[in-house]
Design a protein around this ligand. Structure first.
Ligand code: ACM
Ligand code: ZN
Length: 534
């Protein structure tokens, strides 16, 4: 474990050897880089500037040309075994060399370098009297999983560009690489679709909001609205790409669609007017799967989505679909008969397979929540596991399918710290127990969803997210046999100081470790709004 000599890296790197001596960063240090890494050398310079006040010189050249102190960023073919995201760092008293086979690795090397410096490096104004010192060492590092995700639900509350960019910054620091953006739900549609302007004119606004917990009848009486234009989205995609983060949009279908139905009621089974929902929970009215115009709508929406997002994956939800309306609807029943389907569960599979086939024809894969798993589901649907039915996950994997693990008891960031204390979050293991080793590769990794029913502002969002996201980041990157909660807790203290300099309202270590008394009330904290962080 690496908590020797103030080395406090999270996620814990794979191999670290410390030697004697230090590199001391000075105003005269030069950053050398391969020409194709000039964006990264520029971002390293910008990272080091505010707190140190050092405006470091950049040199685009393969080899160091001066005898002074240097930080070098170099791509190398000789370390292909480190993989797409791996990197190596060597620190001597004169040089810091960051090498990697691919640019992503260089980027992660820079994030580690950032964590090798005192946490004050993340202050946004110059600090006097700090020794910007790094111990001499050799380090090799690469991730355990390729999918290390964070999900943000902005359908329930719109948080906006500033919040998203701040979260992407911290994700990068934690070497998280997938931002799953839950952009549509019953309570709001948050992304401009040019062909369907009412999705924003109507769907992005609600009259008021349920407050006081899941069982509460209380409404706040305050209208809530917000959406991203396609230009906004492109700006955020670029911001994320600069941080080696892929954004996966989620358009939740065919349930969780009240905001869409309020905008275009003819997409429902009943066809009568709807309001954008002002309360939480699972809603009866969903997209009609009998009407062809619904598929036309979905294809047009998804066409715009994939034109904006460069990701080759789109999340189409599929969770919590109540089938009552389909049972009563003559169009849905006609569809069921025509397709030779046996029940409404089959109708859901038909829907997911049809949308998935459309996207496949455009070279896009889909992710769905594990609710969609059923005998006839196409195996190329990537499954995001959150609740129950673990046997279906095993079957999906044995059939050749891939999964992302977000077991709700461990990874849901909206849960109280009584329900999911930090230690429990840290103990989360993405590979299901008893899954044969030959299938482990089909578990792409893990994700921590930040559902926002009771998360109206940034302060609350940060309090729910941190420090648990820091624990998940370590699970996503560090080899299982190197994980150690005692070591993590020590390194975490340092990391939280860093978040303090960045200005993050994390939950403190007393709050994330509830006492036995609070623990007894954990089920209630699921149905009642929890206090804290506001
Ligand atoms: C979910 O929590 N409804 C995926
Ligand atoms: Zn219908």
């Amino acid at each position: 474990m690496s908590n020797i000599q103030n080395i406090n890296i999270i996620p814990e790197p794979v191999l670290l050897n410390i030697s004697s001596g230090n590199f001391i960063l000075t105003e005269g240090t030069i950053i050398y880089s391969d020409p194709e890494l000039c964006n990264l050398s520029e971002s390293l310079k910008n990272l080091l500037l505010p707190a140190t006040g050092f405006n470091l010189n950049l040199k685009e050249t393969k080899e160091k040309t001066s005898i002074g102190k240097a930080i070098s960023l170099k791509l190398t073919d000789s370390k292909k075994e480190l993989g797409f995201e791996g990197y190596a760092i060597e620190v001597s008293s004169k040089n810091i060399d960051i090498t990697a086979p691919y640019p992503a690795g260089i980027f992660y090397g820079i994030q580690t370098l950032r964590q090798l410096l005192p946490p004050e490096i993340d202050n946004n104004v110059k600090l006097e009297g700090i020794k910007w010192q790094i111990p001499c060492l050799k380090l090799k590092d690469f991730p355990r999983f390729s999918w290390r995700g964070y999900m943000l639900d902005e359908a329930r509350y719109f948080h906006g560009k500033g919040t998203v960019k701040k979260l992407l910054d911290i994700m990068a620091l934690l070497k998280l690489n997938k931002f799953h953006w839950h952009l549509t739900d019953d309570q709001g549609w948050r992304i401009e679709i040019k062909k369907y302007p009412k999705l924003i004119e109507i769907g992005s606004k609600r009259e008021e909001t349920q407050v006081g917990g899941f069982l509460s009848k209380k409404r706040d009486g305050i209208p809530h609205a917000g959406f991203y234009s396609q230009e906004d989205i492109k700006e955020i995609i670029e911001y994320a790409a600069d941080r080696f983060i892929e954004i996966i949009p989620e358009i939740d279908l065919p349930g969780h669609t009240r905001a869409a139905l309020a905008s275009y009621p003819n997409l429902s089974c009943k066809g009568y007017p709807f309001r954008v929902s002002t309360h939480w929970g699972i809603h009866k009215d969903i997209l009609c799967v009998g009407k062809e115009q619904v598929f036309e709508f979905i294809q047009n929406v998804l066409k715009e989505i994939i034109e904006i997002f460069p990701s080759k994956i789109v999340h189409i939800g599929g969770d919590e679909v109540l089938k009552g309306r389909w049972k009563e609807c003559s169009d849905c029943q006609k569809r069921l008969e025509k397709e030779g389907l046996s029940d409404e569960k089959d109708l859901q599979t038909y829907f997911i397979n049809r949308v998935s086939a459309y996207l496949k024809s455009l070279n896009i894969n889909v992710i769905c929540w594990n609710d969609v798993l059923d005998k006839n589901l196409e195996v190329n649907v990537i499954c995001q596991y959150w609740i129950r039915h673990m046997t279906n996950i095993f079957k999906h994997i044995e059939n050749g399918g891939h999964v992302i693990m977000t077991n709700y008891k461990y990874t849901y960031l909206d849960h109280s710290y009584s329900f999911t204390p930090l230690k429990m979050a840290y103990k989360f293991e993405p590979i299901p127990k008893n899954l044969e080793e030959k299938y482990h590769k089909q578990v792409l990794g893990l994700e921590a969803p930040m559902w926002c029913e009771f998360v109206p502002n940034l302060q609350r969002l940060e309090w729910q997210t941190f420090p648990r996201l820091i624990a998940f980041a370590e699970t996503g990157w560090t080899p299982k046999n190197m994980k150690d909660y005692s070591s993590f807790q020590i390194r975490l203290k340092n990391f939280l100081r860093r978040l303090g300099f960045i200005g993050v309202n994390y939950a403190n270590l007393r709050e994330v470790k509830p006492n036995i008394f609070k623990g007894l009330f954990k089920v209630f904290t699921l149905v009642r709004e929890q206090k804290g962080g506001i």
